[in-house]
Design a protein. Sequence first.
Length: 317
Amino acid sequence: MLLSVGIPVYNAAPFLQRCLSSILSQIDDRVEIICVDDGSTDGSLEILEKMSRRNDRLHVILASHGGVIRARNLILQCAQGTYMAWVDADDFVTEDWYSSLFPLLEQGMDLIFFEHDRRGNGVSRRMQYQGSSGILDKQRFLYDLVLDVKVRSYLWDKVCRRSLFQGISFPTDVLLMEDYARLHEICYRARSIYYLARPLYVYLVRTGSLSHTVDFSRYFNAVHIAKARYEWLSERHVDVPRAGYLKHSLFFVTAAVKENADKVWQKEVEECRGEIQRHILYILRSGDITVKDKVKYALAAMHALKTIYSLKAMMKF
């Protein structure tokens, strides 16, 4: 088996058939699709069972509602492919996804990173890393992965050797960002990383989805996950930017103040503000941080964000 495609499924009925059809219409018998239905209640399982009866490349695993992390780990346990790909059940792949990836899989690349289209509110945006395809410098790729601007920690815009997951499972003690918490370890193991300058995936932005709702527990969890990533790579003498995890501290403080939740989350806000204050010289000197964000960091460090937001609110009246 050349390629395993993992799809965690939970209440994705309106999107699921399009997602699966986009893959099944182009793959051959060297590809398997593994779907874990995580206790769906909206008819997703019926769609999976109907489509699996018509196509033996589609395998369905039933699970009680244990969350996307458990679903991903189940998929890893069952996968047989030399390579591993991931697709979210509410997204879909382009019609040249497999034909574009296949030559690179045959060449034996360890990790392939490709472009995607981001669609939402009637707008489509092509997300690019660089202008042309080619082998990437691993050090630069890890640096950009930690910086989390041009390279994001998605699983679905990367295909990698399944052996890179050996001994690695997605952490069960986080609410979300399970991909962020492990992707740096997987990429660190890769000997060859290839960038394919072609959009092969369509990511649909849905404002009601779990990843787009305000959740301060998740935001604060992200602070620690990002810092752990920085420390893990630094311990292995990989040059990565502190800006990659400090941005999460800034985001937490800003969100808490803006939503008037800074009193409820006072301890966490002070922890994040302290992190910013300790690194304020680095922040002000860093070439990886925009001038606009440097101003935000300075305001956060000086306890001035609340005053600014109050003044902005007053000016609206």
